[in-house]
Design a binder for this molecule. Structure first.
Ligand code: FAD
Ligand code: SIN
Length: 536
């Protein structure tokens, strides 16, 4: 089947929905999303969205916190417009139905602002501890009222389609014309054509064995854009969140940094605090510092986790401010009001991604990217907490402004796109190969490309990923596609890109820490790491 629209949006998290809701005022929008529409990292966001709304806060302060955390390679212009445009985007979210938590101060009702690592003011708007669920609820409801939006659930985008591949004519400035999309329930591949294609596929936490991310976070958008020839940047900067609940049955449950923002303190098993040795902001230091400190303490002690202690705040406060986290911990036998919670660092966020300009445009014409999939320059070498949801709403708006200016000038230039070619693939009787390779990619990345890296570990990881990639390519071309197989190909590609960038950067900065180059080198490395597939 061929489906044509003005805009093809791939992904239904905050970035995809915010773009789609606006674009629907200008033309038809198809949203493809690989599971149910709410399934996204957005839906699991806890802490909130950073924006300057408090009386004592200022744009300059938020900009400075962003730049300081980013360790010298943020794009200051981007930080400036994201922070200053933030409050307008927040107003829009509220108009669309998002309900942020409020409080009373001096008999007036104001936002109940949270605090997180690296922020010098309380500035994080939240909906208790389920901010993402509240945002996703409001956005899905709003999108459902827009006649111009059609949502295709369980539709998995496989590859982007370029004008040059359709016409067979090599083009200096290639143009994206659509995507091949796997209809998972019916086992067929459809062709989606559009004037503009927006990648909003989120992050890639599943590349690592231990992650806070949901299963959808397999870096598909980054892998697709790379295969299509777009520039990719700063993939070495993987943010490890310091406090993921440590319990064998608790799959990926985050304990929000907001818990430390409200006074939670990191401790060793003995009950001794340790963050004062590492940073003046102690437990609320930027995430790279806290995650490295925990890693170091765990290696020293041989313990399986460190602990987060917020018992002093009392049950009343905890059940009111963190009802979901409180209940989840209780399910696993930890009462936050009485017990220290065991926590470990886990892969959480990818600061790098598809390199875009200030309007979300990639280096391929008519292909835009926003949200976690993009590298905008806002985060530099380390993201300031709760700046991700903010970046997504600001860039979705800017991408909309850009394409709504361009759309009227686009003539009907419909190309005859050939249908997906399955190349005689047959049913696989060896699905076990796929799951083994999944495990191997994830453990290699966890063991060799984690919080602390060395040249040797990176090289070891590269050799393993190269081998797996070769196996996948043989497998991929021989057997019928499945979601697992497509995701495996993508996590292997993203793993390769992370290693390649990490090997290029011969210094330590922000989230990239290499024992062979332990110092920051501003003369040589105060810049992005850019990679691009060579044309064959
Ligand atoms: P997502 O919300 O991840 O959406 C991606 C969408 O793309 C999904 O619908 C997915 O199914 C779809 N998709 C992916 N691949 C394909 C494909 N091949 N075909 C079709 N569809 C596809 N950030 C903050 O700023 N504040 C927080 O408090 C916060 N808390 C967090 C807590 C957790 C547990 C996690 C995991 C992240 C948190 N983050 C937070 C980060 C933030 O939630 C994400 O960076 C942000 O939500 C990303 O939004 P997005 O729209 O780019 O992607
Ligand atoms: C958290 O609530 O700790 C996550 C915030 C973020 O990742 O920005």
């Amino acid at each position: 089947m061929e489906i044509q629209s003005d805009f093809l949006v791939i992904g239904s998290g905050i970035a995809g929905f915010c773009f789609a809701i606006k674009a629907a005022t200008r033309g038809t929008v198809a949203i493809v999303t690989k599971k149910e529409q709410i399934e996204s990292s957005t839906n699991y966001a806890q802490g909130g969205i950073a924006a300057v709304t408090g009386e004592k806060d200022s744009f300059e302060s938020h900009i400075n916190d962003t730049l300081t955390t980013g360790a010298g390679i943020c794009n200051e212009n981007v930080a400036r417009f994201v922070v200053t445009e933030g409050p307008d985007r927040i107003k829009e979210l509220i108009e669309w139905g998002v309900e942020f938590s409020l409080t009373e101060i001096n008999r007036s009702t104001v936002f109940d602002l949270g605090r997180e690592g690296g922020h010098s003011h309380r500035r994080v708007l939240h909906a208790k501890d389920i901010t993402g669920r509240e945002i996703e609820r409001a956005l899905t409801a709003k999108a459902a009222t827009e006649n111009n939006i059609t949502i295709f659930e369980n539709h998995f985008a496989i590859n982007l389609i370029l004008a040059s591949t359709v016409t067979g004519v090599e083009q200096k400035h290639d143009r994206c014309v659509g995507a091949y999309v796997f209809d998972v329930n019916n086992g067929v591949v459809h062709t989606f054509k559009a004037s503009f294609i927006i990648l909003a596929t989120g992050g890639a936490g599943k590349v690592y064995l231990v992650t806070t991310n949901p299963d959808i976070a397999t870096g598909d958008g980054i892998a697709m854009a790379y295969r299509a020839g777009a520039q990719i940047a700063n993939m070495e900067f993987i943010q490890f969140h310091p406090t993921c609940l440590y319990h064998p049955e608790a799959k990926s449950f985050l304990i929000s940094e907001a818990v430390r923002g409200e006074g939670g303190v990191l401790k060793l098993k003995s009950g001794r605090e340790f963050m004062d040795k590492y940073h003046t902001m102690k437990s609320l230091a930027p995430r790279d510092v806290v995650a490295r400190a925990i890693d170091m303490e765990l290696k020293k002690s041989g313990d399986e986790s460190v602990f987060l202690d917020i018992t002093h705040k009392g049950r009343d406060f905890l059940t009111r401010r963190f009802p979901t986290i409180y209940d989840r911990c209780l399910e696993f036998g930890f009462d936050m009001a009485q017990d220290m919670i065991p926590v470990v660092p886990a892969a959480h966020y990818i600061c790098g991604g598809i390199f875009v300009n200030a309007y979300g445009e990639t280096t391929i014409n008519r292909l835009l990217a926003c949200g976690e999939v993009a590298c905008t320059g806002l985060h530099g070498a380390n993201r300031l907490a709760s700046n991700s949801l903010l970046e997504a709403v600001v860039f979705a708006h800017r991408a909309f402004i850009r394409v709504s200016g361009l759309l009227p000038g686009i003539k009907d230039e419909s190309l005859a796109i050939p249908p997906w070619d399955p190349k005689g693939a047959t049913e696989s009787d060896e699905s076990v190969v796929v799951s083994h390779n999944w495990d191997e990619v994830r453990s290699s990345m966890w063991n060799y490309v984690g919080i602390v890296r060395t040249n040797k570990r990176l090289e070891r990881a590269r050799r393993r990923i190269d081998l797996i990639t070769q196996e996948i390519m043989e497998y991929y071309w021989n057997f019928k596609i499945t979601r697992d197989l497509l995701e495996l190909r993508n996590i292997a590609t993203v793993a390769k890109l992370i290693i390649e960038c990490a090997q290029q950067r011969k210094e330590s900065r922000g989230l990239h820490y290499n024992l062979d180059y332990p110092r920051r080198d501003d003369t040589e490395w105060r810049r992005n790491t850019i990679i691009q597939k060579k044309r064959t």
